[in-house]
Design a protein around this ligand. Structure first.
Ligand code: GLY
Length: 366
C-alpha cells in the first residue's frame, strides 16, 4: 500500500474511499472533501488534540471560518448516550444546516461517537473519519458502524452510517503510546484468525519495532486489513452474514470491557482475551491443534496480559447475555474450523461456557 493510494469500501451509493495519505496532506484533503459544506465541525478527542494540535490548527485555518473544533474526553467510558446527546446539543448550537460535515479526528471511540452523531444530526449529515490509532485504521473507522455503549452493554446504541471518506495516515502511529499500540494489534490479529492476513510474523515485527518501525510495514498491514474489511463490508454491510466474522473474540471481549466499566480493560486487551476463549472453544469443537494455532493463542495471551484486573466470572457471564449478536435469544460465537475459516456457532452448554469465560479472564492477568 503506497501513500496516496485508496481502497473503496461498501457498494453502490454507500461506497466511499479509504484514502492513504501523508499527515501533512490532511488539511488539503479535508478542505477539498468539505468544499460544499456550510460548516465543518471537527470533533477531536483530548488525546488526539494534545498530540496533533498543530495539524488540527492547519486544518481549521485551511477551511477558514466555516470550521469549528469541539474536543471530547478520551476513553471508552465516555462513549455513552448522555455524552452523545450533550455533543449533539453543542453542535446544533453552532447553527449548522444539512450541508454540514462532521470530521471525526481520533481513536475508535471518537470515530464511533462522532459518526453516530453525524447519523442523527438533522436526520443525518456527511462525515469524514480520520483515525489516529492503529486500531482505528485497521478496524473501528472502517465499515460505517457507529455507536455508543448502553448501560446494559457495549455498542448497543448505534447506526450503520458510512462516512464520505476515511483518511488514513500511518504517520500518526509513531506517536501512539506504547501500551495503546499493543492494544491496537489485537484487532489486526483477528484478521489473521479469520482470513490468514496480515501474518503474525509481520504483526510481531511491527510491535517489536514500535515506534521506530518502518512505515512501509505499517502501510502493508493496514492495507491488508482495510482490503479484507472492504470486501466483507461490500458483501454484507449490515451484518446479516459474513460481517459477523469480524466479531471474532468480541463476544467475550465486550463482556469483559463492560465488567471493567470501560476503564480498566482496553478494547484490544479484552478482544485478545476473548480470542483466547474463542480458540479454546474452537479446539473443543474440532479445530486441530497445530503449531499455527498454538502460536495464535499464545500471541493472544501476550496481548491480553497487562495490569491486574479483578473480574467476577458470574458478572462476566451475565454481561455476555446482552451481546448484540444474539440470534433468537441465543448467544452466538465466532469460532474457527481452521485458521482462516471462521463459522458461527451457538453458545456451548453452561459448563463449557463458564470454563471458556474463566480462561479468558485468566488471560488478562500479567
Ligand atoms: N468491528 C467489527 C465490524 O466493523 O463489523
Amino acid at each position: 500500500m503506497k501513500k496516496s493510494e485508496s481502497i473503496l469500501v461498501g457498494s453502490g451509493k454507500r461506497q466511499y474511499p479509504v484514502l492513504f495519505t501523508e499527515g501533512k496532506c490532511i488539511p488539503e484533503s479535508v478542505s477539498a472533501l468539505t468544499a460544499s459544506s456550510q460548516s465543518v465541525i471537527i470533533i477531536a478527542d483530548a488525546t488526539a488534540h494534545a498530540l496533533y494540535q498543530k495539524l488540527i490548527a492547519k486544518v481549521l485555518s485551511k477551511i477558514g471560518k466555516r470550521a469549528k473544533l469541539i474536543t471530547i474526553p478520551s476513553g471508552e467510558r465516555h462513549k455513552n448516550g448522555k455524552h452523545l446527546l450533550g455533543l449533539l446539543e453543542s453542535v446544533i448550537a453552532l447553527g449548522v444546516d444539512r450541508s454540514a460535515t462532521i470530521v471525526a479526528f481520533g481513536g475508535g471511540v471518537t470515530t464511533d461517537i462522532a459518526g453516530c452523531l453525524a447519523s442523527m444530526l438533522l436526520r443525518g449529515v456527511k462525515w469524514i473519519a480520520i483515525p489516529t490509532t492503529f486500531l482505528g485504521m485497521v478496524d473501528a473507522a472502517i465499515g460505517g458502524k457507529t455507536g455508543v455503549n448502553s448501560e446494559l452493554g457495549k455498542n448497543l446504541i448505534g447506526t450503520f452510517w458510512p462516512p464520505q471518506a476515511v483518511i488514513v495516515s500511518p504517520d500518526f502511529i509513531r506517536t501512539q503510546p506504547r501500551g495503546e499500540f499493543k492494544d491496537s494489534i489485537a484487532e489486526a490479529v483477528k484478521y489473521f484468525a479469520i482470513q490468514r492476513k496480515p501474518s503474525l510474523k509481520d504483526l510481531k515485527l511491527l510491535q517489536k519495532g514500535f515506534p521506530e518501525h518502518d512505515s512501509e510495514l505499517s502501510m502493508k498491514i493496514i492495507g491488508q486489513c482495510v482490503r479484507i474489511k472492504a470486501g466483507i463490508v461490500r458483501a454484507d454491510e449490515r451484518e446479516s452474514g459474513v460481517r459477523a466474522f469480524l466479531n471474532f473474540g468480541h463476544t467475550i471481549g465486550h463482556a469483559l470491557e463492560f465488567c471493567g466499566s470501560y476503564r480498566y480493560i482496553s478494547h484490544g486487551r479484552a478482544v485478545a482475551a476473548g480470542m483466547v476463549g474463542a480458540i479454546s472453544l474452537s479446539l473443543k469443537q474440532g479445530l486441530k491443534l497445530s503449531p499455527a494455532v498454538v502460536e495464535l493463542q499464545e500471541y493472544c495471551i501476550e496481548l491480553a496480559s497487562g495490569r491486574k484486573v479483578t473480574i467476577e466470572l458470574s458478572e462476566a457471564l451475565t454481561a455476555l447475555q446482552n451481546d448484540k449478536k444474539r440470534k433468537r435469544g441465543k448467544l452466538m460465537f465466532v469460532l474457527l474450523k481452521e485458521i482462516g475459516k471462521p463459522y458461527l456457532s451457538p453458545a456451548p452448554n453452561s459448563r463449557e461456557l463458564r470454563q471458556t469465560v474463566d480462561l479468558s479472564i485468566g488471560a488478562l492477568v500479567d
